[in-house]
Design a protein around this ligand. Structure first.
Ligand code: GDP
Length: 196
């Protein structure tokens, strides 16, 4: 798959702002600072279309990126990062309800990319999100990012740990926004799902 064009559509704060053209949507979830924006920028080959978080945890909107590829048009939807310590519990619960409502009800949603840092054990929030996605029967691919920060010989051990913590038999996709590791695999995965 080749990305022809990518643009920021809007930060949607509710369903009335979601697009109505029915193009497939791929959502990204992950804790704040895990590297979702960097993944988007690498995928669309732009340095700074998705703003890497100056203010982690502050985006309470679904950031819609409109993508034109040689296969089909689709949207990347960056969900607010979770697990940011410096917001109140009520605030957290509000965001969570907002994200969950979108994920559980959004018809054009074809894939959720759950982005996890390859270096660390999944957090409680990561595990809770993964379990919730499984309970909803949503199609999920776990992306283990920042792979450039771990020597290649240790990738396997790290991904096994992630699989064990999530209790998932599926191997995470090993990725790095820095080096481009896993980019082709990620594109192949997206291509399969957005094909008309
Ligand atoms: P977001 O909050 O999930 O959107 O995270 P960002 O994309 O803003 O990334 C947070 C920080 O991690 C930034 O300083 C990025 O440069 C860095 N980062 C993101 N992805 C990678 C990666 O694959 N490798 C390395 N080494 N750093 C990364």
């Amino acid at each position: 798959m080749q990305i022809k064009k990518a643009s920021f559509l809007r930060g949607a704060v509710g369903p009335s702002q979601y697009p109505d053209d029915g193009f497939p949507e791929i959502a990204l979830v992950g804790r704040s600072n895990v590297g979702k924006s960097s993944l988007i920028n690498r995928l669309i080959n732009r340095k700074n279309l998705a703003r890497t978080s100056a203010q982690p945890g502050k985006t309470q909107q679904l950031n819609y990126y409109a993508i034109q590829s040689d296969i089909a048009p689709f949207y990347l939807v960056d969900c607010p990062g979770y697990g940011y310590a410096r917001v109140s519990r009520t605030e957290k619960e509000k965001w969570q309800a907002f994200i969950e409502k979108y994920l559980a009800n959004r018809v054009p949603l074809v894939l959720v990319l759950q982005v996890i840092d390859i270096r660390h054990e999944p957090s409680k929030d990561d595990i809770a999100m993964f379990n919730w996605l499984m309970d909803q029967d949503l199609p999920v691919a776990v992306v283990a990012t920042k792979a450039d920060k771990v020597p290649k010989g240790k990738w396997q051990a790290h991904t096994s740990k992630i699989m064990r913590a999530l209790d998932s038999p599926k191997k995470p996709l090993i990725f790095s926004a820095e080096s481009g590791i896993g980019l082709d695999q990620l594109k192949d995965l997206i291509e399969e799902l957005v094909e008309p």
